[in-house]
Design a protein around this ligand. Structure first.
Ligand SMILES: Cc1ncc(COP(=O)(O)O)c(C=O)c1O
Length: 392
């Protein structure tokens, strides 16, 4: 039996493979410091959990409006007004089954065979898979290392051809942790306007920005062909609740609702009630969290930079470090691009889970999610250090 040709573009995610191997070792009783998956290890806030339980008790468990209920929609737009100072009067919103289905629906709406879509590299793996499933072709662009590889308008412009239909930006970024400043995002908006391109902003990590004056949401631009994607997964540690959203012009949202009505229908009713609480109480819920993460980021980046050949800049956002480990590989007697080998050695010999940069299109790097507590991060650094030294 032959499956449809479109699945040939898909391969199993390398992140998933590392997680599977780490899970296997854990089941065998191995003590691992897990900096692999981007699943926040803290629990979702208590009021969020209570709202979910109450929704079940109240019987709020059926189908809802395709784009989500009105209270949730208002909670999302009010969040943009309160947290980011955005005037949302011209924006509509639709809730989705996580940011992943939001991004999938967007590619289905915007792209088709023959189109090119500009994507950042390093990238979150699903971007290119989703673009390819729409029939379009991904075109990658990488920025400067000192700016955590975020492509600027000047990097993007030479990639634009008559076939280009859209640009995707990811800020704060996974895996690099880079965050665009207002001017950088505005320049990309101007570029999209000049060439008449769709502009999609994946801002799932917008709660994890450590230099607050840096982040500027694309929702603040008045570009009518921009769509912003957000999620409760990272900000509120609600990965399994599957609740994300899209913010954009009313004409876009009504077309997206048509797609969603034939795809997932609304996200779960229970999650909508829980999400409403999260968005309304965000400022209280996230107090302290950012401070703790910033401390862990600084500590881990500094400690890693002391190790042989590791070059680690502390990035301004998300909860990942993305150090350049080409020097370490060379000192250990490997090729500069054998980051998958290094991740394997760290996993098997040091008991530390990381993800090779090649999984995100940039070999010679590793991604480390600084989610474990500080003492465990210290333990990881010691183990990595002694493992490297057995090779040099
Ligand atoms: C950059 C980025 N976008 C989107 C997602 C998907 O998030 P969700 O759980 O809301 O589907 C992730 C999850 O890891 C991510 O890292």
């Amino acid at each position: 039996m032959n499956f449809a040709g479109r699945v040939n573009v898909l391969s199993k995610s390398e992140t998933q493979e590392i997680n599977d191997r780490a899970g296997e070792l854990k089941r065998k009783g191995r003590d691992l410091v897990d900096m692999g998956a981007g699943d926040p290890r803290f629990r979702e806030p208590k009021p969020v959990r209570s709202a979910g339980k109450k929704a079940i008790e109240d019987g709020y468990t059926g189908y809802t409006e395709v784009g989500g209920n009105q209270n949730l929609m208002s909670a999302i737009t009010e969040r943009y007004e309160k947290v980011f100072g955005v005037d949302t009067s011209n924006l509509a919103v639709m809730s989705t089954v996580g940011a992943k289905s939001a991004l999938f629906e967007i590619t289905q709406l915007l792209y088709e065979g023959g189109d090119e879509v500009i994507l950042p590299r390093p990238y979150w793996v699903s971007y290119s898979a989703q673009v390819e499933l729409s029939g379009a072709t991904p075109v990658f662009v990488t920025g400067e290392r000192d700016d955590h590889y975020l492509p600027t308008a000047a990097d993007i412009e030479p990639k634009i051809t008559p076939a280009t239909k859209g640009i995707l930006i990811n800020t704060p970024a996974n895996p690099s942790g880079g965050v665009y400043e207002e001017k950088q995002t505005r320049d990309i908006v101007d570029l999209a306007r000049k060439h008449d391109l769709f502009l999609v902003g994946d801002e799932c990590y917008d709660g994890f920005v450590y230099e607050q004056d840096r982040f500027w949401t694309l929702a603040s631009s008045d570009y009518q062909d921009a769509l912003v994607v957000g999620s409760t997964s990272k900000n509120f540690a609600m990965t399994g609740w599957r609740l994300g959203y899209i913010l954009g012009g009313t004409d876009y949202i009504s077309e997206l609702e048509k797609i969603q009505s034939h795809f997932t229908s609304s996200p779960p009713a229970i999650s909508q009630r829980a999400g409403e609480v999260a968005f309304r109480d965000e400022l209280t819920l996230s107090r302290g969290l950012r401070k703790r993460f910033k401390l862990k980021r600084d500590y881990l980046a500094e400690e890693l930079s002391e190790l042989p050949g590791i070059n680690c800049l502390p990035p301004p956002g998300s909860f990942y470090l993305f150090p350049d480990v080409r020097g370490t590989l060379t000192e250990m007697g490997y090729e500069k691009n054998e980051d998958d080998k290094l991740a394997e050695i760290f996993l098997e010999e040091a008991g530390v889970v990381t993800v090779p940069g090649s999984a995100f299109g940039v070999p010679g790097h590793l991604r480390l999610a600084y989610l474990p507590e500080k003492d465990r991060l210290g333990e990881a650094v010691e183990r990595i250090d002694s493992t490297i030294r057995t090779y040099i």
